[in-house]
Design a protein around this ligand. Structure first.
Ligand code: SAJ
Length: 441
């Protein structure tokens, strides 16, 4: 064990990162940059080709430079071949763990990865799981499977730890280094050695056990989801009172122990829409389900936006079918190019189904969810009856309302689901304004 720690400190270990997506690739690049020899493994040959040419297939500030530098100096390479798994000293697993239609965790990619490495697992290897998993997965599924396949014993012959990721797209590299990193080994030896490894890249490492780390990871995102659901419900209350939720939240948050999040068109992305279900998976609750209710509230918000569109058009004597609607933003949150589970999807699809002509503009995201893609704000709002702001990209925070009004049809409507448009300015410019948590002005 002492030798292993020394090997880590001398950067004498070879690493493989299995899964080169939003989490895996930053992980591989940062360990390579810290001095380790790292192989990023991905089944997608396109990803492998791009990485090996020194380019990041993911838009993430700083990542391109990091990939380029480390591919050039030979410390980072990518492959689709699983042979490397039998050659390395550390395997970090960062494959996707999605949720199925019935909100059940789908661990097939993860368990396939465990099978792929299990048969060739060598003595002394460190196996690190990054993927988000339901509580109990490490001890009940991963440990026994690896032991069975390899004939080795965890903690004695090899080391196994859960190290959840906490990085947010757009800030991934900074957060990887700066956010305290939880390391939950399946026993004290695993915790100790894997902590040592992560200390080479992360400033702060907090040691715990595997199941506690699994639940802590899920608790973070679930807390955020519940908080946003609270903000969304508060927004709906404020709308009925004709009071501005933004002012209510601002005032309530002046209390030193209150921190209400922001309402919006719903919660998107790959994490908050899934982790709450993982947290309560297989649990028989003895009370009402706060977490499930929060999910329902957040899932309701896209419908609320669609209803606001219908109401606003109706007041103008129009309907969705006869209208052209400009949608600003398909990314699930501001300043990223990721549209996974974006609330925009439901909103665009519903409005399209109702016969509306939908024109989309997103400066970073290719996805249009079947709507017509435009290349500028100007092009999207031209001859539109209504514009909906769905993503809080910085670029949308200072819209030139005067110019937009000139390009739109008569009696223009603006629906601000992110509350980044000044309501008074919109009204002064002659818009019918509707804001989440404020209602119609
Ligand atoms: N949102 C709101 N109101 C808010 C904050 C967010 O409506 O006040 C919406 C966003 O627009 C977005 C969704 O919620 O649609 C999720 O946004 P997010 O900012 O929570 O970002 P994610 O999902 O990209 O990242 C989260 C982060 N978790 C926490 O902040 C607790 C990140 O640190 C995790 O690493 C990531 O999940 C993950 O991979 O688990």
């Amino acid at each position: 064990m002492m030798k292993k720690v020394a090997d880590i400190q001398n950067k004498g270990l070879r690493l493989a990162v299995l899964g080169s997506g939003y989490v895996g690739l930053p992980t591989a690049a940062l360990f390579a940059d810290a001095g380790f020899y790292v192989t990023a493994v991905d089944i997608n040959p396109e990803v492998v080709k791009i990485v090996n040419s020194g380019i990041s297939p993911i838009k993430e500030p700083g990542l391109n430079e990091l990939v380029s530098r480390n591919v050039q100096n030979g410390r980072l390479k990518a492959t689709s071949s699983l042979e490397v798994l039998a050659q390395v000293d550390v395997i970090i697993v960062s494959v996707q763990t999605p949720i199925d239609k019935n909100k059940k965790p789908n661990l097939s990619f993860l368990m396939k990865a465990i099978e792929d490495m299990g048969k060739t697992l060598k003595k002394g290897i460190l196996v690190v799981i990054n993927s988000t998993i339901p509580p109990g997965t490490m001890l009940e599924k991963i440990k026994p499977k690896l032991e069975l396949l390899s004939g080795l014993r965890a903690e004695e012959d090899f080391y196994l730890a859960y190290v959840p990721e906490r990085i947010a797209p757009g800030k991934a590299l900074k957060e990887f280094v700066k956010s305290p990193r939880l390391v939950g080994g399946i026993g004290p030896n695993s915790t100790r050695i894997v902590s040592e490894l992560f200390r080479m890249v992360c400033r702060t490492v907090i040691e715990t056990d595997a199941t506690t780390a699994e639940i802590a990871k899920l608790a973070e995102n679930t807390f955020r989801d519940v908080n946003i659901a609270f903000a969304n419900q508060l927004a709906l209350v404020c709308e009925q009172h004709g009071v501005d939720v933004m002012e209510v939240i601002r005032l309530a948050n002046t209390h030193p122990r209150v921190n209400i999040h922001m309402p919006g068109p719903g919660v998107g992305g790959p994490c908050l829409t899934k982790d709450p279900y993982f947290l309560t998976y297989g649990i028989s609750l003895k009370t009402r389900d706060l977490i499930g209710t929060a999910r329902q509230i957040n899932d309701y918000m896209p419908r609320h936006i669609v209803e606001s569109v219908i109401d606003a058009l109706k007041e103008n004597g129009k309907d969705v079918k006869s209208s052209t609607i400009a949608v600003l933003g398909t990314a699930y949150k501001g300043d990223i190019d990721d549209s996974r589970n974006s609330p925009s999807e439901l909103i665009i699809k519903r409005l399209k189904k109702m016969g509306g002509k939908i024109k989309v503009y997103d400066p970073y995201c290719k996805e249009t969810f079947g709507a017509h893609k435009t290349n500028s704000i100007k092009e999207s709002v031209e001859n539109a009856d209504l514009v909906i702001v769905l993503t809080d990209h910085t670029l949308f925070k200072n819209l030139d309302l005067q110019k937009i009004k000139q390009l739109m049809r008569k009696k223009p409507i603006i629906i601000d689901s992110r509350r980044i448009v000044d309501p008074n300015e919109a009204v002064d410019q002659g818009f019918i304004y509707y804001g989440v948590g404020l209602g119609k002005l």
